[in-house]
Design a protein around this ligand. Structure first.
Ligand SMILES: Cc1cc2nc3c(=O)[nH]c(=O)nc-3n(C[C@H](O)[C@H](O)[C@H](O)COP(=O)(O)OP(=O)(O)OC[C@H]3O[C@@H](n4cnc5c(N)ncnc54)[C@H](O)[C@@H]3O)c2cc1C
Length: 313
């Protein structure tokens, strides 16, 4: 009886949300096995007993139904009592497909788990404004872990590596990524940036984002925005932070002219520090921020950029 974790990886490393999922999976107190698609990565510090590496010529790109088929087959072979994945777009998509294929209950975006029986989870609902306790009555629980809600705990264990070739049908490989198009010409990705400078309706116009871009550029960060901005067509949807946008977890999140609606905060509350610049000192984001500046962003943002320039040789 094992616990199986789907581990997403890139650039030769497991993703942080997958390492968070491995940490939570260990709380089951069972041997933890990992599934890696395509290639192996070092998991020796994450308590993985066996790393199963699925190798197949059709798996050079993301193929959700194929990943779900492999995860389902492996969980049967290992008689896994629980299957975990990161609560990323891919993790949730693959796990939903596993649930549908195997008629099993699936709890998405969990923050804690008790192996029970029955397995009990706490999970984020309504963009994180509600914590729900749920019980999963099934021989196998399918669980994704809300990104950045669990701290990665190292656990040294030498993993065995089991390479295998899964049996996949043409139908399972029909949906797959065939091309990647960079939205921002190769800049820092919003989801992984250490600094995010975000603009809201208060920026006032598409052109107003020049000062947001300037500050983000000086800090080596990425530009984000609120839904009011994408709805107005000032920025593409790929820049949107929030419940229906990207979830970010930078060291610093600078919110300029953003009111701080629940749906926006759902995307940025993983930030270590929030700096809010708003002309309304009573805006909700001012209550959630670590640092606040009350004033007109059109004066404050260029002033910060000017100070940064001055401080550099
Ligand atoms: C189902 C659903 C999903 C949603 N998903 C998302 C989501 O993913 N992301 C998201 O962001 N929203 C989302 N929303 C929308 C959300 O509810 C808010 O409407 C949106 O976040 C508001 O954007 P905003 O803060 O830019 O605009 P506003 O709420 O209009 O706030 C503008 C702020 O700018 C300030 N301001 C104005 N002028 C200046 C100035 N010159 N200097 C400084 N400050 C100034 C104002 O004081 C105000 O606080 C969703 C809504 C629903 C119903």
């Amino acid at each position: 009886m094992t616990v199986l974790v789907l581990v997403e990886h890139g650039g030769g490393q497991a993703s942080d949300p997958s390492l968070q999922a491995l940490t939570l999976a260990r709380s089951f107190g069972r041997p933890v096995h990992a599934l890696l698609i395509g290639t192996t990565v070092d998991l020796s510090q994450h308590g993985v007993a066996v790393a199963h590496v699925a190798e197949h010529e059709g798996l050079d790109a993301y193929a959700p139904e194929a990943w779900a088929a492999i995860l389902g087959q492996l969980s049967d072979r290992l008689e896994a009592v629980a299957v975990f994945a990161a609560g990323t777009e891919r993790g949730n998509e693959v796990m939903a497909r596993v649930a549908a294929r195997m008629s099993l209950p699936f709890a998405a975006n969990c923050t804690s788990v008790n192996p029970g029986p029955p397995v009990t989870v706490t999970r984020l609902r309504w963009g994180g404004s509600l914590l729900e306790e749920a019980r999963l009555h099934a021989a196998r629980a399918l669980i994704t872990v809300a990104p950045h809600t669990v701290a990665i705990q190292p656990a040294a264990l030498e993993s065995q590596v089991d390479k295998f070739t899964p049996q996949l049908t043409v139908e399972e490989l029909a949906v797959r990524v065939v091309e990647h198009v960079s939205a921002s010409g190769g800049g820092v990705s919003l989801a992984e940036a250490k600094v995010v400078v975000s603009g809201g309706r208060g920026v006032g116009s598409k052109e107003g984002f020049a000062m947001i871009e300037e500050l983000a550029g000086l800090l080596g960060g990425a530009v984000g925005c609120s839904r009011a901005v994408t709805s107005a067509g000032w920025r593409p949807h790929t820049d949107q932070v929030g419940q229906t946008g990207t979830k970010v977890a930078p060291d610093v999140y600078i919110a300029c002219g953003i009111s701080g609606a629940t749906q926006h905060m759902a995307g940025c509350k993983g930030a270590k520090r929030i700096l809010a610049i708003n002309s309304d000192g009573q805006a909700p984001i001012m209550l959630n921020a670590d640092y606040t500046v009350v004033g007109d962003l059109k004066e404050i943002v260029p002033a910060i950029s000017a100070e940064i320039r001055k401080s550099r040789p």
